[in-house]
Design a protein around this ligand. Sequence first.
Ligand code: PEP
Ligand code: MG
Length: 550
Amino acid sequence: MTTFKGKGVYGAIAVGKASVFKHREETVERIRIDDTVSERKRLARAKEIALTQLELIYQNALKEIGRSNASIFEIHKLLLEDRDYNGSIVGIIETQKVNAEYAVSVTSDNFAGMFNEMDDAYMKARAADVRDISNRLIAALFGMNLCTAGSNEPVIVCSDDLLPSETIVLDKDNTLGFITAAGSQNSHTAILARNMNIPAVIGVGELFLEMLHDGDTVAIDGFAGEVYINPDDITLARLNKKLKTEQEKKRLLAELKGKENITLDGTKVEICANIGGVEDLGAVLLNDAGGIGLFRSEFLYLRGNCYPGEEEQFAAYKRVLESMTGKRVVIRTMDIGADKKAEYMRLKDEENPAMGVRGVRLCLSRPDIFRTQLRALYRASVYGKLGIMFPMITSTSEVWRILAMCDEVKDELTVQGCAFSEDIELGIMIETPAAALISDKLAPFVDFFSVGTNDLTQFTLACDRHNPDAEEFMDAHHEAVLRLIEMSAENAHENGAWIGICGELAADLSLTETFLRMRIDEFSVAPSAVLKLREKVRSLDLSEEERIAM
Ligand code: PEP
Ligand code: MG
């Protein structure tokens, strides 16, 4: 058994077969090269990179898993230095006047084939090692690594990293959990794991993938942020016990279904759920959420190879509204950009995409796409109680432009004889310091605010939410963040608007009292967090002397 420590992003236990998904290797092409001297230099540089990587991995492995397990990386280093292996690559470059990638690939096939032919089991096993080191060398030549694959049976997905667009298409029935070598707790991949109830541990380090083979048994302890390759019986028994304790806790929480979200002194608050798609509705209903506080509609755009049309979107919004039987459903217009991108959109590469043309900025620059979404939303509004929310607001003029587009869409639908509700609430996200600071100016134009604490924290503290190395600075409890929320709450109420929190901080029970004292009207959290939050709210007495949680 080998143990790795990462960050648990959804507390749950899972045990199953590993399915290793790495990002795609570039296809190796045969390219004619005239300057073979330069090509040999490229090869030498790539070899140096590969050897450095192997040395680092070996040193790490020594510390984590001991000399005998780590020795495989010593073997890889020796193979990479092997005279015959290198002689073959250089020979192919020189005689055939071809690129180094191609020469490595041919050599890899030849050597792996040769090892495979051998009778000795030990030598046979070297075929995989030759392929491994050759892939490493080719990746170094390309200056890149890896891509995803799929699976047809329940597995634990083990990857270098997962993009939100890859996570959203994971088949829930076939995905027991996922483990990534990299990743940050505030990324949309982590948020999706929580919303989709997928046991997940991220940031376990690259060594995990080095040690893992397709089909190995892996176990995830999402509570402790630990993962195990080929767990022993004692570990499995311990995990099983943990699972039983958690199931019992869940059973007790379930007794809160149907109960009010009310403090001991009588303060009421709404507790709603965040979803990424219709497939999350089951968990929303199961956990007795008071509505949907955030439907991240952009995930509709990340599932396929082209923009979802008006009918497709209409069907999804209608389904959510109908399922919630009159409870409020807040659908956020697409917040594409930053880490949520699809190839077909052909968005420009940006130096700082989190602060680039994303959210409403993109919508306003692509009115055709925005109009399609607004039409689908307005048409679906007759099936329930709809709120439409706009992300990444920084100015009043953006709000005016959006409201003008909503009016145009309504006029268009009226002319076409399409029904829509007159009671749609329109709101904006407070997720930039600018929006919070001018919330007094914004509030008169909207029905509600919803605080996106994930982005509000990143922008207030100048801290990239996707950078795992900066996680210690991503302090959502920072007084600056809390003051901006408080200021927004005051300005919302002074202007007759309500205010919710839909960022991950809404589920932070250590701040529930602080938020209630700020008179936050609604929390929207992952479906699995609804009842825990209800329990917390019901335990609080706001008439007691204030305890500062900042
Ligand atoms: C937020 O920023 O807090 C938010 C809810 O939006 P997202 O996490 O999708 O950026
Ligand atoms: Mg956001």
